[in-house]
Ligand binder design. Structure first.
Ligand SMILES: NC(=O)C1=CN([C@@H]2O[C@H](COP(=O)(O)OP(=O)(O)OC[C@H]3O[C@@H](n4cnc5c(N)ncnc54)[C@H](OP(=O)(O)O)[C@@H]3O)[C@@H](O)[C@H]2O)C=CC1
Ligand SMILES: CC(C)(CO)C(=O)C(=O)O
Length: 309
């Protein structure tokens, strides 16, 4: 994570669709950096945000409350739209962002886990404005407008639009303390995240464990999943190194949990289809065998609902 300088030289207007863990954290740090931030949310949540702002509790960013605007719908062009809802509520949430309201230069950056939503956003808003984005962070919405940021990092990889456009987005995010890399290719950005996340999400959810449990008690499955999903990613055009992927689990904080596990424990719908299902569909399309992934997706689906198919 880059160190926050807090104040930007050129304020932008940023809309955040879904001010939960990820969206709320970004809304708060961007507002603190001097940008105008409009959170798009359900009316109940929007009214809390209007009244109380977004409060962040974070080892890395500190504890602070940021003032944000909040609405149930986007009503004016913005410079940047961050999409940070879960895949399970994406279609409903996008109704809040009419395509006709986008300005000529609005850039859309989805931060959802998974790989398939990018094309559907491009179908709706136009390929020329939708980037591919992934975020590495552990951020939990503990109440409307209250976010706990547990990871020492908050890093975004961007791809899928011309470099000058992505560069402008990076320049907007970095002074707020968000680490940003421009990835070498869209496939690599999206699949590198999914190849790390899918094994971690499936194993932490299946066994209600954390990073330490995954890399010790479930290492055999972890290695198999990492190899299978890296093979799928490679077939999809990403260039990944499974050995480096495994090292990432060994280096992450021992207590780190996945958002899928948090959803399972809270009784919310899982993003199993966007994460496990997307891997299985790509494997089928590319002719890659993924028996361990298929087993874990089925086991998680049986226990918490969702087929992942
Ligand atoms: N949290 C994390 O640490 C990480 C999450 N991700 C990914 O980021 C994405 C977002 O996850 P996360 O931030 O955890 O999710 P949260 O559940 O914390 O936040 C989602 C937000 O979307 C809002 N929302 C849901 N439905 C609608 C709707 N119809 N209209 C408007 N707003 C809506 C929720 O509103 P309300 O508050 O009113 O319920 C909530 O604020 C997911 O794809 C996840 O996999 C990626 C990396 C890490
Ligand atoms: C693995 C992690 C925490 C990394 O950002 C994540 O993306 C998730 O749990 O959804």
């Amino acid at each position: 994570m880059s160190s926050p300088t807090h104040v930007t030289a050129s304020p932008a207007t940023v809309a955040v669709l879904g001010p939960g863990g990820v969206g709320g954290l970004l809304a708060a740090v961007l507002s603190r950096a001097g940008h105008r931030v409009i959170c798009l949310a359900r009316e109940e949540t929007a009214s809390v945000l209007r009244e109380s702002g977004v409060t962040v509790r974070s080892g890395a960013f500190g504890e602070f409350t940021a003032v944000v605007e909040a609405d149930t719908e986007l009503r004016e062009p913005v410079d940047l739209l961050l999409v940070a809802v879960k895949q399970t509520s994406l279609d409903a949430a996008l109704e809040r962002v009419p395509a006709g309201v986008m300005g000529p230069d609005t850039v859309v950056v989805p931060l959802l886990n998974g790989v398939e939503h990018v094309e559907s956003l491009r179908g709706r808003y136009g390929a020329a404005r939708v980037a591919a984005g992934v975020i590495r962070v552990e951020a939990t919405r503990v109440a409307p407008g209250v976010v706990e940021h547990g990871s020492p990092f908050c890093d975004i990889d961007l791809a899928g639009l011309p470099e000058p456009v992505l560069g402008r987005v990076a320049e907007l995010l970095r002074p707020a303390g968000v680490g940003v890399r421009i990835a070498s290719s869209e496939a690599s950005a999206l699949w590198a995240k999914l190849a790390f996340l899918a094994p971690f999400a499936l194993l932490t959810t299946r066994h209600l464990t954390d990073a330490e449990g995954v890399r010790t008690a479930h290492r055999e499955d972890l290695v198999a999943l990492t190899e299978e999903i890296s093979a799928v990613a490679t077939a999809c055009g990403a260039s990944l190194d499974p050995a480096k992927g495994l090292a990432m689990y060994d280096n992450c904080p021992p207590g780190m949990r996945s958002s899928m596990r948090r959803d399972a424990e809270a009784g919310r719908a899982l993003e199993l289809d966007a994460i496990g299902g997307a891997v299985l569909r790509a494997a089928e399309r590319e002719g890659v065998a993924v028996p361990v992934t298929a087993r874990l997706v089925a086991e998680v689906g049986q226990r918490y609902g969702g087929s992942g198919a």
